[in-house]
Design a binder for this molecule. Structure first.
Ligand SMILES: [Zn+2]
Length: 120
């Protein structure tokens, strides 16, 4: 029997568990354990840390159960993904167009006068 030695239990503990998603609203993102509710990351990927964060900060989410909880989780994942994409796009725009839209300081005033004309 030349079976390789199993890794220590401790290293197993420091891996993201998919059940944390529905249990604590945490998701692994780029190797980090991210809270889906406040987007904070937990430094050490341990259930204790994840659970403590959830229980101290997001007790309100304990009231979501079953399908409602699933729905909430999906919603938070979608929001987080959307934010990541948004930041990524913003970065590209900044790189490609440095000082473009710094013009027409009166545009908001024009809008206001237009609106006044319509209402009066
Ligand atoms: Zn959080």
């Amino acid at each position: 029997m030349a079976e390789p030695k199993k890794p220590k239990v401790e290293s197993e503990c420091r891996k993201f568990q998919t059940r944390w998603e529905s249990e604590y609203f945490f998701k692994e993102f780029k190797g980090k354990c991210v809270c889906l509710i406040c987007t904070e990351t937990v430094a050490v990927m341990k259930e204790y840390n994840v659970r403590r964060h959830y229980e101290t900060k997001h007790q309100a989410y304990a009231s979501y159960t079953g399908a409602e909880r699933e729905q909430k989780l999906k919603q938070r994942v979608a929001i987080l993904r959307g934010q990541q994409q948004y930041f990524f796009r913003a970065q590209i725009v900044q790189e490609k167009a440095p000082i473009a839209a710094m013009r027409s300081p009166n545009s908001s005033q024009d809008m206001a006068s237009l609106f006044q004309m319509e209402t009066s």
